[in-house]
Design a protein. Structure first.
Length: 144
């Protein structure tokens, strides 16, 4: 397959250029690193990564535009997950997510925060009602 076949607009993919652009940002890679472990709500992503809701939504929009992630709404929450079809179509994305990100401390730290968040049994409702943060030193969850 030549580069022009990858670079189409519409259909299942948005083209190779849009995908590479979407992958060229550290925050978007951090989001994908988390989503590789399963679907998450916007509020969960923002809490785990320690970024604002607007920043989280902006990055998720770029990933959605590139067709790398999909979303669905459940009540007042929006949940995101990786588009598995795009991983099959562009195997280099799966390679990056499965084998390259884990080599970097930042991405390992994010996965540890995700693990602690899931162990906490907090819900999106809990996150919405309270300001929940991670302590930087030991990465424990706490409510402000």
């Amino acid at each position: 397959m030549n580069i022009n076949e990858y670079n189409h607009i519409g259909g299942e993919g948005m083209g190779l250029i849009q995908i590479i652009k979407a992958l060229s940002d550290e925050t978007r890679l951090r989001i994908l690193n988390l989503l590789r472990q399963g679907e998450l709500c916007v509020c969960e992503i923002e809490t785990i990564l320690g970024i604002t809701q607007s920043n989280t939504s902006r990055h998720l929009n770029k990933l959605t535009y590139a067709n790398i992630v999909e979303f669905y709404k459940k009540a007042q929450y929006v949940y995101y997950k990786i588009n598995e079809d795009i991983l099959k179509r562009y195997s280099f994305i799966k390679e990056i997510l499965d084998n390259e990100l884990i080599r970097e401390e930042l991405y390992r730290t994010d996965l540890e925060k995700l693990r602690r968040y899931r162990e906490s049994k907090l819900s999106c409702d809990d996150l919405r009602r309270n300001k929940v943060c991670f302590e930087e030193e030991n990465q424990n969850l706490f409510i402000e």
